[in-house]
Design a binder for this molecule. Structure first.
Ligand code: SIN
Ligand code: FE2
Length: 212
């Protein structure tokens, strides 16, 4: 499990294959159940209303959403109007192991990438606190992930994320630009037929400084 671990000088950690196949399957089963209750929907960009290329849903007491009004956290699904499903224990366990933060994350954003989806360089900045790490899990097809620095113009490096890999944006890297250039369709057999080829990324975030 620790083989191939990549750590950056800036608090960035990549744990390749942290979840083995059996653990990926059981986590995926919980995520698929959450998607049944809180379907993936097509978010749009603030102001322009341009659709994002990823589809989204959330788990936890808060979910990240993007619509014409802006980016923010909401306790309910924008389409169903229902609370987000609970976060799987495997994810709170992951946070307890690597979060090094006293409070658990309220939000787990579920991003679904179809074969053509990507995510432009951005900083996760909609949280009240930007000190708690962001932890993410990849499931399904591989992706080329790009990590930059604090400025949009900072040099970037890219790495391939595979199913079961965990990324921790901690320390300074919490405020670094990052994105997904592309996925590699058909490089994993994990996802069910209706989501294959494709990739799911689960992003855990602590949003509020104290529970509200
Ligand atoms: C994100 O930055 O929100 C997603 C990263 C990923 O898909 O690996
Ligand atoms: Fe992000």
């Amino acid at each position: 499990m620790e083989a191939g671990r990549v750590t950056g000088p800036d608090g960035f950690v990549l744990l390749p294959g942290y979840f083995d196949r059996a653990a990926q399957e059981s986590l995926l089963a919980e995520v698929l159940a959450a998607i049944e209750a809180a379907p993936l929907y097509q978010p749009v960009m603030p102001r322009t209303g341009q659709p994002l290329s990823v589809k989204m849903t959330n788990m936890g007491s808060l979910g990240w959403i993007s619509d014409r009004k802006g980016y923010r956290y909401e306790p309910i699904h924008p389409v169903t109007g229902k609370p987000w499903p609970a976060m799987p224990k495997a994810l709170t366990d992951l946070w307890d192991a690597f979060g090094h933060w006293p409070d658990r994350p309220e939000a787990c954003l579920v991003n679904y990438y179809g074969p053509e989806a990507r995510m432009g360089l951005h900083i996760d900045a909609d949280e009240d606190i930007l000190d708690a790490p962001v932890i993410s899990v990849s499931l399904g097809d591989r992706a080329r992930f790009r990590l930059g620095g604090p400025e949009r113009s900072s040099p970037t490096r890219s790495m391939v994320l595979s199913s079961g890999d965990v990324v921790v944006l901690g320390g300074a890297s919490r405020r670094f630009y990052h994105g997904v250039d592309r996925i590699y369709p058909g490089t994993s057999t994990l996802l069910p037929e209706h989501l294959h080829p494709g990739r799911i990324n689960l992003t855990l975030r602590r949003v509020r400084a104290v529970a509200q």
